[in-house]
Design a protein around this ligand. Structure first.
Ligand SMILES: Nc1ncnc2c1ncn2[C@@H]1O[C@H](COP(=O)(O)OP(=O)(O)O)[C@@H](O)[C@H]1O
Ligand SMILES: [Mg+2]
Length: 507
């Protein structure tokens, strides 16, 4: 790595209505380095890179490439300057083949390009960087991991030497991430430079040469990898120490509370997405379900809660079978749900904090009033109590929840779902999009419920979270449980195999 800046962004600012997404950000990228942009959701990472790639225009600030000032008006402009970006959401045409998609991404394509030539060049690149794809496959038939490889190959084909990867590992299994990391190392060893965006600390620590931390649209600092550790990075991200690595409480597990037998559930496309799935969760136990998103997790959670009809199978709560589609019965039986969609499924944005807290009659029972005859004074004092207990930061109980931050909104959901002391809790991505402070709060709350004796089914995308909370880990793939492991990072490889579809007994 040389000390030569191939790219410099100076004093970049960008506002959207009501939010300063980038506030006077300066960033230098050296030739041959992996430079991580680390920050929580909403820190401004994607906005900054969209400016560099010509998707957004900065309100202020300048960009230099090889020490000369450039103005990047569009992505094709950026490509001409050798800057390529793999966006968080891919831009491939599903009905085209891999080679056809690569041709689409070329700066000037005309009839001179022969598909055969493109195919053989893709094969060469694919081999050179260890990113296997079949150039003739139609994109719709490929997995997310394969699609990402095509996006990268597309950039390599155009000769990009500054490569921006926006949260590339969010959709990958651990093995696919390894493959990606190898390709990144090869790229930088040949003199390309990579900007690697992530909010995952361990990844950033393992791949980067330098790390720039963003918080609230501002640069907190840029550090050399060798001068920082996990703890130091967390402090930079949130501005203080946090307790994420606390011990789990030891709880003796009791009888089976949630029992699922041979469950089959269809998704919105009418395809079977939970297939013959059976599992059990005991009192005082957290069962973590690991898997790449889209493998039936959502349908499983919704079927248990009664929001989605099962095709067949049996769901039992503490020995009683739950009937088809009856959510009210489930709530009465002691089932709580923390859905991944907190803005639409879990809360009503235009209702107050109090109304959202009292949306389920289980809490009405807590204040001893019937849902038909509400006692305003009692509800108010109970709401204030919950706001206090769950440290919900809100101007008052009457504030509409759409004015709350993501973390505080999730605390409203937790207050409602957990205060009635449920027997079973389904938690679906309970910390997605939250800052580390709120994340810590969610962890603490769930562990308290476990200690109280609740049976908890945790569906999460981050293995870190699964290990942090669970007593057992199950891996789901295409709606089936592939196997179980203890909640220990030394099983990551085995979990990765199962996430990719290999059954436990097969390897
Ligand atoms: N197109 C947009 N319109 C309005 N607000 C936006 C837009 N894009 C991003 N923002 C806001 O800018 C802030 C930074 O977002 P983003 O750059 O996506 O963060 P990150 O990638 O670090 O998660 C957030 O508050 C986000 O809501
Ligand atoms: Mg982003």
């Amino acid at each position: 790595m040389e000390d030569f800046p191939v790219l410099e962004m100076k004093h970049i600012s960008k506002s959207f209505p009501g939010v300063v997404a980038n506030d006077d950000i300066s960033l230098q990228l050296k030739k041959g380095e992996v430079h991580a942009l680390l920050g929580e959701n909403g820190a401004g990472k994607t906005t900054l890179m969209n400016i560099l790639f010509g998707i957004y225009h900065a309100d202020r600030g300048e960009v230099f490439i090889n020490n000369s000032k450039v103005s990047i008006a569009s992505p094709s402009h950026a490509l001409k300057h050798g800057i390529g970006m793999v966006q968080q959401h891919f831009t491939l045409v599903p009905s085209f083949t891999v080679a056809e998609n690569v041709i689409l991404g070329l700066k000037d394509f005309g009839f001179v390009i022969k598909t055969k030539t493109v195919e053989s060049k893709i094969n060469e690149l694919s081999e050179a960087y260890g990113l296997p794809v079949n150039p003739r496959a139609r994109v719709w038939t490929l997995s997310v991991g394969e699609r990402q490889r095509i996006e990268i190959l597309k950039l390599l084909y155009t000769g990009a030497s500054i490569i921006i990867l926006d949260e590339p590992t969010a959709v990958l299994t651990p093995q696919e991430s390894d493959t990606l990391f190898k390709a990144i190392r090869k790229l930088v060893s040949e003199g390309s430079s990579v900007i690697f965006i992530s909010h995952k600390l361990d990844e950033v620590l393992s791949i980067s040469d330098r790390i720039t931390v963003l918080r609230g649209g501002k640069v907190v600092g840029t550090v050399e990898r060798e001068n920082i550790d996990r703890r130091g990075l967390i402090r930079m991200m949130v501005g203080r120490d946090v307790l994420l690595d606390q011990e789990k409480p030891v709880v003796e597990t009791g009888r089976v509370i949630l029992k699922i037998e041979n469950l089959n559930v269809k998704n919105d496309k009418d395809l079977m997405s939970v297939r013959n799935l059976s599992l059990e969760v005991r009192s005082g136990e957290i069962l973590g379900i690991a898997g790449v998103a889209g493998n039936g997790q959502r349908e499983l959670a919704e079927a248990i809660y009664g929001l989605r009809k099962k095709v067949s199978g049996r769901i039992e709560l503490d020995g009683h079978e739950l009937k088809q589609g009856n959510v009210a019965e489930r709530i009465r039986a002691g089932l709580s749900f923390i859905p991944q969609d907190r803005k639409t499924v879990a809360t009503c944005p235009n209702l107050s904090v109090m109304s959202n807290l009292f949306m389920k009659n289980s809490i009405c029972e807590l204040v001893h009033c019937s849902p038909w005859k509400l006692d305003g004074r009692r509800m108010h004092s109970k709401a204030d109590e919950l706001i206090d207990e769950f440290s919900i930061s809100t101007p008052s109980a009457k504030t509409e929840v759409r004015y709350l931050s993501g973390g505080n909104l999730q605390k409203v959901v937790l207050a409602r779902e957990l205060s009635a002391e449920p027997k079973v809790i389904i938690a679906e991505h309970p910390t997605r999009g939250l800052d580390i402070g709120a994340m810590e709060f969610v962890y603490k709350s769930l562990l308290l419920q476990k200690k109280r004796g609740a049976a908890i089914l945790l569906l999460a995308g981050e293995l870190y979270e699964i290990f942090r909370l669970s007593d057992r880990v199950a891996v789901i793939y295409e709606g089936q449980i592939m196997g179980y492991t203890p909640p220990d990072p030394s099983y990551i490889e085995e979990i990765g195999f199962m996430m990719a579809g290999t059954r436990q007994e097969d390897h």
